[in-house]
Ligand binder design. Structure first.
Ligand code: XMP
Length: 514
């Protein structure tokens, strides 16, 4: 590999992806590997530096994750964070013990500015601590470069061997000067040049795609989501009409979304490609008629997508490549990268490869984090409203309409959701909330409008704040905004006479309703 790379060795810490993202924010490419990865593989990548993550174990216990001592003898700079710092000290002859009290939360840390790691960092700086064990004695050759009121070794280093151990977490934002420390590590210690930039990525990837595809043909399932849109943009710039995008409008998209996708990628849009829009709305409504059970609905929506895509693929005939918008967290979370393997249960295009006649898969975004995908999208000139779209589930409104899906209910939820989005944007809240949408409860209730009794549906509004979508909290929306949304929905959306705001966190709720 000739790309300048820093490697993160993952010991099961919850912030493993965050460490890699922060390094990349310093314009240095970074990949995550499990601590089970053989040292020969690490060596073969010729990394500029290595970072050991935190983890939940105690390094002095027999079956805890560890690594061969050779790692510290390669002459490659190593930075250990939390568990990684303790492990480094433990392996190299220091002592790690259980502390009487856990040090947790924002903590004042006193650092020595003579350390390269703490260059330009304030002598007293707030850092995020989360540990029970502590380094009670540093390994031979190490000097202490930071401490706290409770922790004698908040950082230690052996400058000569380029080994650095820090007890806190520079990758989380609570560590106020964490970014400076990571930047110091990659630039001042590892001597990186910082060549990981999205404009260069786009340019290089376009060249790579051309070289790989030659005059072959590529097929992509375009959902209109961020990942498949950026993949389409990249492929289009690289190979133009050799790319065919199939966009299935299943009638469960947000209001006007199908037309928006077509405006960008269709014949009138800015990209050179073959665009096929399949208007399958009625087909989906027919299939979903009478179905109320959430899993059954999901299954129908997923299977129908595969059927339609298969039909289209047959019309097109054999292709050389099937493109997918896989991104780096998908790779890590499917267990191929880091240690904290979570097998994704949601997969929009799951199973597609079995139904298409192709030779090879091409995944141009496989190395990118989501924020990088967005930057690449902007580089490619994809409109901001598409690039900064909030997550939208594959089954779409199908899982935001409780109970049976009908065309009328889709219309209600689309209209209510459009009003909600408009008001959130007007209030300037759209960048603060990670996901928000309107859903349709399956409940009808009595109301009064004018002088008339009504018996209509109740809309539920959801807005959550979350980092990883595995846990979430209801966002605290200003009352005036909620009130305005409620009043507009009641007045403008026929068939609705009540609006609820969902306060449930996840767990116990999920973000979606089904
Ligand atoms: P839940 O409802 O499980 O949602 O708390 C967590 C995140 O996943 C999204 N989600 C899906 N995404 N296909 C997807 O592509 C799905 O079937 C699916 N179900 C949920 C959801 O929007 C939220 O961001």
């Amino acid at each position: 590999m000739n790309r300048e790379t820093v490697i993160v060795i993952d010991f099961g810490g919850q912030y493993n992806q965050l460490v890699a993202r922060r390094v990349r924010e310093c314009n240095v490419y970074c990949e995550i590997y499990s601590y089970k990865t053989d040292i020969e593989k690490i060596k073969s990548m010729n990394p500029k530096g290595i970072i050991l993550t935190g983890g939940p174990n105690s390094c002095y216990e027999a079956d805890s994750p560890t690594y061969t001592k050779e790692l510290f003898e390669l002459g490659i700079p190593v930075l250990g964070l939390c568990y990684g710092a303790q492990l480094m000290q433990h392996i190299l002859g220091g002592k790690v013990e259980r502390a009487e009290v856990r040090e947790y939360g924002k903590t004042e840390v006193f650092v020595e500015n003579s350390s390269k790691l703490f260059h330009n960092v304030s002598p007293s700086t707030i850092c995020w601590m989360s540990h029970f064990d502590y380094i009670s004695k540093t390994a031979p050759g190490f000097t202490i470069t930071a401490h706290t009121a409770d922790c004698p070794v908040a950082a230690a280093e052996c400058e000569e061997k380029k080994l650095y151990a820090i007890q806190f977490h520079p990758e989380v934002l609570h560590t106020v000067e964490g970014k400076t420390m990571l930047s110091n590590f990659v630039y001042e210690v590892c001597g990186c040049a910082g060549d990981w930039k999205m404009d260069a990525f786009v340019e290089n990837t376009i060249k790579d795609i051309r070289a790989k595809v030659g005059d072959g043909r590529v097929l992509l399932a375009l959902s209109g989501g961020v990942d498949s849109s950026v993949a389409a943009g990249l492929l289009s710039r690289a190979i133009g009409k050799q790319l065919t995008c199939v966009f299935v409008d299943h009638g469960l998209l947000r209001k006007d979304e199908g037309d928006e996708v077509e405006a960008v990628f269709g014949p009138e849009g800015q990209f050179d490609l073959n665009f096929i829009r399949v208007n399958a709305q009625q087909r989906y409504y027919d299939k979903l008629a009478g179905v109320t059970e959430p899993e059954a609905k999901r299954k129908i929506i997923g299977e129908e997508f595969i059927r339609i895509f298969e039909e289209e693929a047959k019309k097109i005939g054999a292709v050389d490549f099937l493109a997918q918008g896989t991104i780096y967290p998908d790779v890590v979370e499917s267990g191929l990268g880091g240690e904290s393997a979570v097998i994704k249960s949601h997969h929009n295009v799951g199973g597609l490869p079995e139904y298409v006649d192709f030779k090879e898969i091409i995944e141009p975004l496989r190395d990118l984090f989501k924020d990088e995908v967005r930057k690449a999208g902007l580089e490619l000139g994809i409109p901001e409203r598409l690039v900064f779209r909030q997550p939208f589930p594959g089954p779409g409104l199908g899982i935001r309409i409780i109970g049976e899906v009908t065309e009328e209910k889709v219309r209600i939820v689309q209209d209510a959701d459009a009003i909600y989005r408009e008001e959130i944007a007007k209030a300037g809240l759209d960048q603060d909330i990670n996901q928000y949408f309107a859903a349709l409860t399956n409940m009808r209730s009595v109301g009064v409008m004018g002088d008339e009794r009504t018996y209509d549906y109740a809309v539920a509004l959801r807005a959550v704040k979350t980092i990883d979508f595995m846990t979430a909290e209801a966002a605290e929306l200003p009352y005036e905004v909620l009130n305005k949304v409620m009043s507009r929905i009641i007045n403008e959306v026929k068939g609705v006479n009540r609006v609820f705001y969902d306060l449930t966190s996840k767990p116990p709720g999920t973000i979606e309703f089904e």
